[in-house]
Structures are given as C-alpha cells and as structure tokens.
Design a protein around this ligand. Structure first.
Ligand code: IVH
Length: 697
C-alpha cells in the first residue's frame, strides 16, 4: 500500500471511530457491534504503529491511554473558573430571585440544570480539535490533564460538523458513573480481602464516593488506568470571544449539535415557581440517574442579562446552586451481629429495621469496631440516623436521643468469639478485636480455604464456597493442604443443603461421579501452580499477588523466605516494615511451618521459576512487548525470554492488540499464531529477533 493510501485509510478509520464513539457514548444508539468497533480500532492501532509519521494526538487510538505524566503542567485559565453561591432552602432562593429582579428591570427567564457531583473541567478547542483540558485548580490556574481527558469517550477529540467558533472553551463536570464506581470498589475490595486487610483498613482504602473517585482519577499519572476507570463528562457552559448566542440554553443546544454531551434534563422557566417545581421534581427522581447529583443550578438564561449582572469576587450574580440535603433516614437498630473473617478479625454489623434510603432498602450498617459503637453511644433499640453519602455500605451517623426508651441498655462489645467461644483479644494500638483460635475457629478455617482456592490464588474453580463448607462440615478438610489428600471414595455421594444468608434461599449440593472427577482434577492441576501463586494462596497478612511475586523473585524459594529476618525481607523490592514483620511473624508460628511442610510433601511448588537475570545488555527492545511460543535453536524458551528482557523488552503471557510481536519458534502454538493474525500482531522468527538487536529496531 502506498503511503498516501495508508494515510487515507487512517483518516477514514479515525473519522468512523469517532462517529461510532459518539453514537455509543453520547447518543446511546450504537450502529455497529462492540466487536466491529474493536476490529476497526485494532486496525487503526496497527497502521499507526507501522507508520509513526501519521501519529496524531487526537486520534481515537489515544483513548486507550498509555501516557504516563509525572507532573501536571500548571496552566492559567483564560477566563477565571469561579464557583457558585449556595442556597439550602426556598427562602434563600427567594432572596436570590429578589436580587436578580432588582438588577434587571426587564422580563427574564431561568435555566435550570442538575448540579452534577464531580470535578469541573475546562476544554479548549481550536479549529474543531481538543487541544487542552485544565482542572479548576484555584480558579486562576489549574492542572493540564489533557492526556487523561482524551481517554473519556464522551468527550469529542475532533468536532465533525456544525458551525463552531475557530476557538472556544467549553466547561463541564467530569464524573464517575455509579456503575464504574461500584465495579472498581468491588474489585478493589476483593483484592484487599485477598491480601488479608481487615475491614477498617479496607474501608480506608476503598474509593470514598464517586466524586472523590473522579477527582483522584483525573489526576492519575497513567492514562491507561484512567481509560479503564470509565469517567464521563457533561458540559454546561460555552465561552468564546465572539459571542454567537443570545441565551445560555441556545449555547447548550449548539454544543449538543457539535457532538458534546450536554444534560438532557435542563429546562427554562419564566419565574421562580417554575424553578421550585424543577427542584421538587428532581429531589427523588435524581436517584434514578446513573450518576450522583447534589443539587440544581439556576442561571439567568439571557447572556446579555448575565453580563449586566456580572460577578462578585467569587461567583456570578446571575447564577446560584440549590443544594439538596444529605441523604439520610431515621430507623431502629434491632441488634448487632459479629462477623469473623479469615484473619480472625471480628467486625460488628448493625441490623436495622429496613428503611428506604437514596433509592435502595437498607437493612444493615457497618460499625467497624468497638470504638465506633462507643463513639456513637449506641443503646439497644435506639433510633439512628443512617446516611449513604455515595459509599457502598451505609453508616450510622448519630443517635436520636429523644426517642431512647427508658431502661434501655447500652450495647456491650462481645468478649467471646461468636463462632467458637474463644476469648477475644485486642492488641494495643489496634481498634479491631481478634479471635486467636485460628486453628479451630470455623469461619477462619473456611475463609483460608476459600482464599486458597480463589481465582487469583490456586484457581481451583471446580470447588466453590458451598462445596468447601460441606467438606469442612463433614470433617474432610481442616486446612488447604487437606484438599490434596481427598480421594474419590471420600467425595462420591456427599450431600448438603445450604441456606443463603442474604436471601434465605435453600440449595442442595450433591456430589456425583462427574462433579467428583472435576473437583479432583481441579485440585490435581493446581499442584502445578507457580510458587508465587502458592505463596499468595497461603494467606499471609498483607501478602497480595504483587507482594508474593516480589518475594518469589527476590528469595527464589520458601526456604529462603522462612529463614529471612525482617531486615533481609525489606531488602526485596516493594517490601516495607509492615509486610516484612507480617511475613516474619507468620513463619515463626510452628503451625504455619507445619502447614508449609504439609504442602511440600504434597509436591507443590516451593521454588520460583521467574527469571531474574537483571543484566542490562542494551535498550534495543525498549517499549516493545513480546509473546514467546515454540522451540528455538539458539536458546531454550526461558533463555530467549531473559534475552529479550536483557535488551529492554517485555515478555508477556498472552496476545492482545497492544502486543508488538509474537516470537514464534518451531511448533509455535497454532492458537497463538491464529490470534496474532486476527489482532494484526507481527509474527517474527528467532532470526528476526537477533537482527533487531544487532541492528536497529
Ligand atoms: S455552572 C461560574 N452548571 O458546581 C460557575 N456548575 O460550585 C458556573 N457544577 O464549579 C458553574 N453541575 O464544578 C454549573 N450544571 C452545572 C453544574 C455545575 C455541576 C459544579 C461545577 C462548579 C460547581 C459550582
């Protein structure tokens, strides 16, 4: 293909992709399937990679991110980014209306919009192309977050049609849709649980609410992570020197026609009565929106009247925000339950009289620990205020003392484990109570086994929590090592009825030939899991996937880790005091040493086969990623991987559209070759690799 043809194809792909992007993310009316979209995107990425001279910052390929910004450039706003005055009730709103009425003698209208709870952004377009995106900062200057903003699908990188000004700024709110927020937190929670964090530590690390999440995400250094977090943006103001519009609502209509996502819920009213009806209408309806809103913004619609009214030092006189009250409900606390986790941490949970809050029924609220109960001063049967400020689990914010029943007793934290009766302990300086009976306490044992078989650990997916519970109850397993001792005759015909705590639904598990064989095969296959996965599966507190890998790479074997002191442990990459102490403690316990011996005698992998040759020979392969398959004549498979790494390349396990090369030796996997073909990943030979290293890229 000639260069000219390639350029034409690239241009066409970019235009088409932007159009479909708009149809999908702004209009919610896609014309092609996700698969077709992905194929077009893969083709564009391939062409751009092969023809770097046609690279462009506003290509749709930039939406996947990949740029790392160490520090964001400070940019001065062309028009200062002010904030709004707030009102909290009808009276304050009437005062605002009065002031406006006094200043404008003519008739006027109000435009009402929902106040989206996110972070403000100013986008500058020149000749229809997004050139800069700046956060509010202090209102005078903000951070240049353009690379991150380019990953937000609903923000056009190029405007396709319309009579837009040569240069303008458009302002709006970047937010995280509740769905993205919940997905990220669910994943993060699973990860932290896997690392053995207790509930309070997890609560501290989760994203607090969608607004916080949006503001944190937009300032992340790696734009590829930003892309995955699926932010969205709704625009609410157009600014330019030559003012082509008469009213605010007209400007937003125009912005919509240029391809911007503007709110479909805005309305114009002739008087305050209308404004109040809008506020009332959305007070409850807003919970059905896919994003958080915290009020209504009321703006004088005529731009001429706006400029007559002007600004105070902080905010415009022509606009005001009406803020809804925090979402809160009053309900009775019926009891407190105590949950015991796999680390023995005991967490109190309040059982509430079911109540409707922010669109969902709330039955439980977390109490974290004893201090929290004392701080709130909870008595049995108290009426409590529950809030859900965007967090996933609602919390009790205060007690309604006026309705406390006479003779009611304060809640006392339990002294014994609710599951095994052992006296609880609370270490100095820690807020959490623990059940120290780790060897015999059922939820701790079951929790450790669930963790051991989980997907990112030993991945024994033929066993689920229900089956583990059954095997434990029947006395067949008391720790993860026992899984490897199970035989066909132990399992066949086992039955148990399990009740789901949440829904109360009953389910019968019954093991027949097929499922028994599947379970045994799953267990058998897991013996081959790499050492770092086993290390993670052991469930040492604070040893997550990444830490396990770092320990495996640094120490190579379980023996070395067990023998290492705290000082030695912290020498490994990313291992700090807290982790080192936890690992050291773990291997001091004879029970854990026995557990390791047990796993070892079952033939599980206790040594790492991660290559650790750190010698740098060149940077010829810098920034390139390789998948390796087949047999080679000059190297073993591991040697060739090390060789790539020594020259700055990255070796990855499976092919994606981002992979640069598939290095194929003899007998390379047909499925890998097939996938490389489909994703347009270049296939190279051992000889090609040597040429790349010995000449140029
Ligand atoms: S208009 C001069 N409209 O609320 C300020 N703001 O406290 C004009 N916001 O910084 C702002 N939704 O981040 C406007 N429909 C909307 C809004 C909105 C959310 C945010 C914005 C602003 C803050 C004002």
């Amino acid at each position: 293909m000639s260069k000219e043809n390639i350029r034409t194809e690239i241009e066409k792909l970019r235009e088409e992709l932007e159009r479909h992007n708009y149809l999908y993310y702004v209009n919610s009316a896609p014309e092609i399937s996700d698969r077709e979209f992905d194929q077009m995107m893969d083709r564009l990425i391939k062409l751009e990679k092969e023809n770097p001279e046609f690279a462009s910052a506003d290509s749709p390929s930039q939406r996947v991110g990949g740029t790392v910004t160490k520090e964001f450039r400070q940019v001065r706003h062309k028009y200062p980014m002010l904030s709004l005055g707030n009102t909290y009730n009808e009276e304050e709103l009437r005062d605002f209306d009065e002031r406006v009425r006094k200043a404008i003698s003519d008739e006027f209208q109000y435009a009402c919009e929902l106040k989206i709870d996110g972070v403000a952004i100013g986008l500058t377009y020149k000749n229809g192309r997004l050139v800069q995106a700046v956060t509010r900062g202090d209102g005078e200057q903000g951070d240049d977050v353009t690379t991150n903003v380019r990953t937000i699908r609903s923000i056009p990188l190029r405007l396709s049609t319309g009579e837009y000004p040569d240069e303008f700024e458009i302002r709006g709110e970047i937010f995280m849709p509740r769905k993205s927020f919940e997905r990220i937190n669910t994943e993060l929670q699973a990860q932290l649980e896997g690392e053995g964090y207790d509930e309070e530590e997890i609560a501290e690390r989760l994203l607090k609410n969608p607004r916080n999440a949006a503001s944190g995400t937009i300032k992340m250094q790696d734009s590829a992570v930003v892309a995955k977090r699926k932010l969205d943006c709704i625009l609410y103001a157009v600014l330019c020197n030559a003012d082509p519009f008469k009213t605010h609502s007209e400007a937003l209509e125009a912005a919509k026609s240029w391809g911007f996502h503007v709110s479909e819920h805005s309305k114009v009213y002739d008087n305050l009565q209308g404004v109040l009806s809008f506020i009332n209408e959305w007070e409850r309806k807003r919970y059905n929106l896919p994003y958080d809103t915290d009020g209504v913004v009321i703006k004088v619609n005529s731009l001429l009247q706006q400029s007559d009214l002007g600004f105070t030092a902080k905010s415009p006189r022509w606009a005001i925000a009406y803020k809804y009250k925090a979402e809160s409900a009053l309900t009775r606390i019926n009891s407190i339950s105590y949950q015991v986790g796999r680390t023995g941490a005991v967490t109190p949970v309040a059982n509430l009289e079911p109540v409707l809050l922010a669109g969902t029924t709330v039955k439980r609220a977390t109490l974290h620990n004893e201090d929290q109960i004392l701080k709130l001063g909870l008595y049995e049967g108290d009426m409590v205020h529950v809030e859900k400020g965007g967090e996933i689990i609602p919390k009790i914010t205060s007690v309604d003392l006026s309705s406390r029943m006479s003779g009611a007793k304060s809640f006392e934290f339990i002294h014994q484990c609710p599951e095994c009766g052992t006296a609880l302990i609370r270490k100095e300086g820690e807020a959490q109570h623990y059940c120290p009976n780790s060897l015999k306490c059922p939820p701790q044992i079951k929790g450790r086994i669930y963790h051991f078989i989980s997907r990112k650990a030993m991945n024994i997916d033929s066993l689920g929590e229900g089956k583990v519970e059954m095997l434990f109850d029947k006395g067949l397993i008391a720790n993860p090592a026992d899984l490897y001792k199970l035989k066909y005759e132990n399992l066949i015909g086992l039955e148990k009825v399990i009740e789901d705590e949440e829904t109360g639904k009953r389910k019968k598990i019954s093991l027949q030939d097929r499922s028994v064989k599947k379970i045994l095969k799953g267990i058998e296959d897991s013996r081959e899991m790499p050492f770092e996965r086993l290390l993670f599966a052991m469930g040492i507190r604070y040893v997550g996937e990444t830490v396990a890998k770092k320990l495996a790479v640094h120490f190579k074997s379980i023996e070395n880790i067990m023998q290492a002191g705290v000082e030695e442990l912290i020498k490994a990459e990313e291992i700090g005091d807290k982790i080192a102490e936890s690992v050291h403690e773990y291997f001091k316990d004879p029970l854990n040493i026995n557990f390791v011996q047990d796993l070892k005698s079952q033939g599980l992998r206790m040594e790492s086969d991660i290559s650790t040759n750190n010698t740098v020979l060149s940077d010829k392969l810098e920034g390139l990623s390789f998948v390796v398959s087949g047999v080679f004549s000059n190297f073993s498979r591991d040697e060739v991987k090390t060789y790539i790494e020594q020259h700055g390349g990255k070796v990855i396990g499976s092919i994606s559209s981002k992979t640069n090369f598939l290095l194929a030796g003899q007998e390379a996997g047909p499925s890998k070759l097939d996938k490389a073909g489909k994703l347009n990943v270049q296939v190279i030979s051992e000889e090609d690799l040597l040429n790349m290293i010995n000449s140029g890229k």
